[in-house]
Design a protein around this ligand. Structure first.
Ligand code: BGC
Length: 268
């Protein structure tokens, strides 16, 4: 799309204009790319973050300088009081909530044999319990304000595809897969749609240990039909589409952006 094409300009500038969007874990990795992309398309963005306020401030400044609208809110998605306050702050600042992007996530890279109860609780608390109740609080607000809304859960290829030695993460993402399907069916009649985005391997801090190990990185790239990891912006653009009215008929399902990794086969 070029700037000289008035049709394209119109489409871009109306895609997300004025929509109020919360992005959890919005100051790094995929979350940061989503925040910047939806702000660029005219959304009013609430950047949830747990740590590194300076990273949030830098994003706020960048978006402000480009004429966009956003605020940072410190809230831990593993804490339900924080989650409730996050939704309330979005509403008190911008008057409503249109899209909830549950992006924050962690992993321990531990197997069934070496995962401690603490590892398990930590991962499930953020990646599943937090997503469950963020969906509940957001949906209640969307129903109360009228006009419906959308929940987008940043899941993973591992909601359906095993990742040995990352068992609690896979268990949590499998739960998010079924949460989206079940809650999506429950809320469809109330105007709230729910969809998962399942990225493959993305060049973000969660994958630092792989990216810093040339042997491991080569192994990973070889397993991806497209031969490379995704850049966070390639996931953010999918989320921007799903947050827009263009995606109005998508619910209770998952969209994968994985370079083909889930279908990869050595052809044996
Ligand atoms: C995980 C990464 C993994 C990638 C591809 C992501 O969901 O967080 O650790 O490399 O999936 O397998």
């Amino acid at each position: 799309m070029t700037a000289s094409n008035p049709y394209a300009q119109e489409l871009l500038s109306t895609l997300l204009k004025g929509k109020v969007i919360i992005v959890t874990g919005g100051n790094s990795g995929i979350g940061k790319a989503i925040v910047k992309e939806v702000a660029r398309l005219g959304a009013r963005v609430v950047i949830d973050y747990r740590s590194h306020p300076e990273a949030t401030e830098a994003i706020e400044q960048e978006i402000g300088e480009l004429g966009g609208t956003c605020i940072g809110v410190q809230a831990d998605v593993g804490n339900l009081d924080d989650l409730q306050r996050l939704v309330q702050e979005a509403v008190s600042r911008y008057g409503r909530l249109d899209v909830m992007v549950n992006n924050a996530g962690i992993e321990t890279r531990t197997s069934i044999l070496d995962t401690t109860p603490e590892d398990f609780d930590k991962v499930l608390n953020v990646n599943l319990r937090g997503v469950f109740f963020a969906t509940q609080y957001a949906a209640k607000q969307m129903i109360a304000q009228g006009g419906g809304g959308r929940v987008i859960n940043i899941s993973s290829v591992h909601e359906d595809w095993p990742m040995p030695n990352n068992t609690p993460y896979c268990v949590a993402k499998g739960g998010v897969r079924m949460l989206t399907r079940t809650a999506g069916v429950e809320l469809a009649g109330k105007g709230v749609t729910i969809v998962n985005v399942g990225p493959g391997a993305v060049a973000t801090p969660i994958n630092d240990s792989t990216m810093n190990n040339p042997e491991l990185l080569a192994k990973l790239n070889a397993a991806i039909p497209m031969g490379r990891m995704a850049q966070p912006e390639e996931i953010a653009r999918v989320v921007a589409f799903l947050a827009s009215d263009a995606a109005s008929y998508i619910t209770a399902t998952s969209i994968f952006a994985d370079g083909g990794i889930m279908q990869s086969s050595p052809g044996l």
